[in-house]
Design a protein around this ligand. Structure first.
Ligand SMILES: Nc1ncnc2c1ncn2[C@@H]1O[C@H](COP(=O)(O)OP(=O)(O)O)[C@@H](O)[C@H]1O
Ligand code: SF4
Ligand SMILES: [Mg+2]
Length: 336
């Protein structure tokens, strides 16, 4: 995949997040769950946001969608530019008009999107009528068309079904239909396949790629599994302890991961040729908010850590050809 095909068409990125920091109150003291996070997603592009559980992926996503409860969360700083316009200063009413219409989100658990007491059809039609003053019969036809687009057979029959009557894979397709029904510019996908078995997972990934390529919708694809990113995403940003610590085109990241954390993640991707076993790779686990260390957040788990790593958190720097990395020991390409 050539990311230049989707980037740099002279228009603003579909989504640009600039300097986003989000804090939670920890017994009277605030701790940053997301720290100075910046990224952009172009038209028709997929950016994968990767990292172990607890790295701040969901908090980032929820902050962008303005779905975080505040308190306990507090947006400390940051801009969220949707096709060039900062939506951060908008009030809740204006954000409700944008959510679902211009940017949508799909979750790991479809029941986060569906209310168990209403039929799938009612909820899809409501999603349309929230944003558009059209005839309910027309909204129902649109709902059925989008259900067909996501590969659901018998959309008319499914309209009368309740969420619990659908299998896991069907529910996930219905949730994608819900996200697509207003034809948004970008969909934020928060581990949408993690709860599914491997076969259904592959089907949902194929569906997302097809919809992206046919409709030009942009995707922010969150996953803890680097193995899902190859052949699907154009670029990847790796998060650790609330920060983006490496970002590059997917091909460059795969060919030459720079940050010791990313290298560890690659080593722990389950391999088909190793009986599906997981290689032991990164010792320890992501620190909780109050336990995040001073200096590079990764030093307690890093086999290359030096004294300097314990003192200062290294900045995210271009190490050459747009491959950014936040590690003191990684030299710039062609330089010291
Ligand atoms: N409501 C909350 N209150 C306090 N801490 C939270 C809350 N939600 C998330 N966190 C903390 O923020 C950090 C990032 O969480 P999250 O974004 O859910 O991680 P990920 O999605 O990468 O697994 C974690 O340390 C988590 O415990
Ligand atoms: S800055 Fe130091 S501790 Fe952090 S990843 Fe690089 S070598 Fe490891
Ligand atoms: Mg999460």
């Amino acid at each position: 995949m050539d990311s230049t095909k989707t980037a740099g068409d002279g228009r603003s990125p579909r989504l640009a997040v600039e300097g986003l920091s989000v804090a939670f109150d920890q017994g009277g003291r605030e701790a940053l769950a997301v720290e100075d996070v910046s990224f952009r997603v172009e038209r028709g592009e997929t950016l994968a946001l990767v990292g172990e559980s607890g790295c701040g992926k969901s908090v980032t996503c929820m902050a962008v969608m303005r779905l975080l409860a505040t308190p306990p969360a507090r947006i400390v700083s940051g801009k969220v530019l949707l096709s060039g316009k900062d939506v951060m200063p908008l009030g809740n009413g204006e954000m409700r008009r944008i959510r679902g219409k211009r940017m949508a989100m799909i979750f790991q658990e479809p029941m986060t999107s569906f209310d168990p007491v209403y039929t799938i059809g009612y909820q899809l039609v409501e999603a349309v009528l929230t944003h558009e003053a059209i005839d309910p019969a027309e909204a129902a036809l649109r709902a059925q068309a989008v259900m067909r687009d996501v590969g659901l057979a018998d959309p008319a029959g499914l309209m009368r079904r309740y969420p619990h009557e659908l299998s896991g894979g069907m529910k996930q397709r219905a949730m994608i239909a819900m996200a697509l029904v207003e034809n948004p510019e970008i969909i934020l996908c928060d581990e949408p396949t993690t709860a599914l078995d491997v076969t259904i997972q592959a089907q949902i990934m194929d569906l997302l790629a097809k919809l992206r390529d046919e409709r030009g919708v942009s995707l922010l694809f969150i996953t803890h599994n680097l193995g899902l990113v190859a052949g699907f995403a154009h670029r990847a940003a790796v998060m650790y302890s609330g920060r983006i610590i490496e970002t590059a085109d997917v091909e460059a990241l795969y060919a030459n991961p720079l940050h010791p954390y990313t290298i560890g993640l690659f080593a722990s991707v389950p391999r088909l040729d190793q009986d599906g076993g997981r290689l032991p790779s990164i010792p320890g686990s992501v620190p909780s908010l109050p336990e995040r260390p001073v200096g590079c957040k990764f030093w307690p788990r890093c086999d290359r850590a030096r004294d300097v790593c314990r003192e200062e958190d290294p900045p995210l720097e271009d190490k050459g050809r747009g491959h950014f990395c936040a590690c003191r020991l990684v030299a710039r390409e062609g330089g010291a």
